[in-house]
Design a protein around this ligand. Structure first.
Ligand code: HAM
Length: 435
């Protein structure tokens, strides 16, 4: 009898993207680069293989990813390498290694590619999946948190997706988190018989993670657990309130989830997730579409200068599944959002004072709707510094917004070549620029 030939299959949890599926991927790629272009992020690509230690230190020794899910390989030379399980520590490594610390802040980077986690495969959960990542290095102001969340908000809207919601929380900092962890441990110790064996271990190794457990009995215990927002120090509390205020201002709707902690160790202050379903509890809790947060200590921990940072990543496969469910046409959008990296912004928005900074978000949004590129540096509020950046960006106009202009719905339009300025109603910005 002739021997039957072996039929090779793709590795468990890793799938082919066949030609007929490519339009969905192209659409995501094109919307990502158009969003990156509008918000002025620069693209970066890093190798898939990195040193194991980078993630042990960066992602965290006691996280599920590092404890159970990394693909580790030992080279002939004895090095221990891993297939990256996420981008963030690798992007920080590259930022430090390539001298980007010397660049004017913030440094905004985006990237896209495969990541690998040895999880139990199921719908929406793969061992090789793809992420798009947006990271902002060097700006600690809360408006940056809101702007980044708003960027992802726009991203999903631009894909035509509607069935999702944002969950947000603050997990405090080195100063205030330890006190919360104590209170949390005390609460859970009283309920020790009611939680799963994994959570009993978590309580010792990484207590915050008990709030992340999907077991039904642990979910019941969580319902009355102390909330971290009640333990925030004044700095984290003010930061969080300001993030929410800016989100309200830019009409980025969100749900507060006091138990959102995220599964990676580097986060400080704001954390967020974009979940399927219209509100908390409606979609599958296992499958966030996008997740991220602030990580003000990571760059220093990985050998860089103390530098605040924030970022987030979305899972392409999960988003495509949502798009397929929403049964959206792909072709018209493909054309509409074709990237245009080379276009320079025409204007730079200078804002002075809290009110102006808040108002800036809706002005930027209007520019986006009108497809006119505008640059900004919302982390800065010094007039001179912003004017210098505007001049370096070689824009035609600077739009200057202060307290007075906010109150009477005007804005100052400055011709950067001639230095001539005039006050115009905010409603006339586009007409004036087009002139
Ligand atoms: P993450 O929440 O682990 O965060 O992953 C981000 C996204 O990747 C998730 O929201 C989900 O869409 C997708 N994802 C995660 N695991 C899988 C899987 N097994 N199969 C399919 N999709 C998956 C991070 O990776 C952080 N680095 C995000 C970040 C960037 N934080 C700050 N900057």
């Amino acid at each position: 009898m002739p021997r039957r030939k072996k039929q090779y299959k793709s590795v468990t949890g890793m799938t082919d993207v066949l030609p007929e599926q490519q339009p969905w991927w192209e659409k995501i790629e094109s919307v990502t680069s158009s969003i990156a272009n509008f918000y002025r992020f620069s693209k970066i690509s890093t190798p898939i293989l990195e040193e194991e230690e980078l993630f042990v230190k960066g992602t965290g020794k006691t996280t599920e990813i590092v404890e159970k899910e990394m693909y580790i390989l030992k080279t002939k030379g004895g090095e221990r390498l891993v297939l990256r399980p996420e981008f963030t520590p690798a992007l920080v490594r590259s930022y430090i290694e390539n001298g980007m610390e010397a660049l004017p802040k913030p440094v905004k980077l985006w990237s896209m590619g495969p990541v690998f986690r040895h999880e139990k495969p199921q719908k929406g959960r793969y061992r090789q999946f793809h992420q798009f990542n947006f990271e902002v290095f060097g700006d600690k102001s809360p408006i940056i948190d809101s702007l980044l969340i708003h960027l992802f908000f726009n991203f999903l809207l631009q894909l035509g997706l509607k069935n999702w919601h944002i969950e947000i929380n603050s997990i405090g900092c080195r100063e205030c988190r330890p006190a919360y962890v104590k209170v949390l441990k005390r609460y859970y110790k009283k309920k020790i018989s009611k939680i799963c064996p994994d959570c009993r271990k978590r309580l010792k190794k990484n207590p915050l993670r008990v709030l992340d457990c999907k077991e039904e009995k642990c979910q019941r215990v969580k319902k009355l657990a102390p909330k971290i927002i009640d333990s925030l120090c004044s700095d984290c509390d003010e930061h969080f309130k300001a993030v929410l205020e800016f989100l309200d201002e830019s009409k980025t709707f969100y749900f507060l989830n006091p138990y959102l902690v995220r599964g990676l160790d580097y986060y400080t202050k704001t954390v967020f997730e974009f979940m399927p379903g219209k509100e908390i509890g409606q979609g599958n809790r296992m499958s966030s579409l996008i997740g991220g947060g602030r990580y003000d200590l990571l760059i220093e921990e990985l050998g860089g200068k103390p530098t605040p940072a924030i970022g987030g990543a979305g899972g392409i496969e999960r988003i495509i599944e949502e798009m397929k469910e929403a049964k959206k046409e792909t072709k018209p959008l493909l054309k509409k959002h074709a990237p245009s990296y080379k276009e320079k912004p025409i204007a730079f928005l200078i804002q002075i004072g809290h009110l102006a900074r808040k108002k800036s978000l809706s002005i930027i949004e209007e520019f986006k709707k009108n497809k006119i590129k505008i640059a900004e540096n919302l982390g800065k509020d010094n007039f001179k510094a912003q004017l210098q950046i505007a001049s370096r960006a070689e824009v035609k106009f600077a739009l200057i917004l202060g307290q007075k202009e906010c109150l009477d719905d005007t804005i100052i339009l400055r011709n950067m070549e001639t230095g001539i300025q005039k006050v115009i109603p905010q409603a006339d910005i586009f007409q004036e620029i087009k002139k």
